[in-house]
Design a protein. Sequence first.
Length: 171
Amino acid sequence: MRAAYKNIARVVRPHGTKGEVLVAPLRGLPLLLTESMQVHLTPPALKRERTSTVESLSVTPEGARVRFSCAHNLDDAESLTGCYVLASCDDFELGRLDSAVGDLLGRSVVDERFGDLGSIVEVMETPANDVWALDGSSHGEVLMPVIDEVIVELPEEGAITVHIMDGLLDL
């Protein structure tokens, strides 16, 4: 039987010249990567190993700085930009994943211009980014992309502040 894998992070950009990259967690999750974790980087490249090991990991204000065993220099790191990081479900507690999504459900979402947009009733995973389904406000159901341009503040608890793009709400 094949192992189940979860998409847990995305490589944002190279960091430095020694093969390190900045990685952002997906789906509003906490960082699930750990040192020595075996991961798969997708899409695969012809001249790169399909699996890699997290050799080092440090959290910085701009994101998680990670060195994968397949990246030894800036060129290798640049080739990883945009890749998704998949990990075997056996390598982390599924409870951490489920509770992170569960922590989002029911939280209220407030826009800087339009005020209360409702609460999160569903987290949908799409290839490009996650989408939160919001319900319970005067705007009806709102499907909101979970991208940096939209999310203003995502505190541990309380209301999530967003900046809705023009045209997303039917007003």
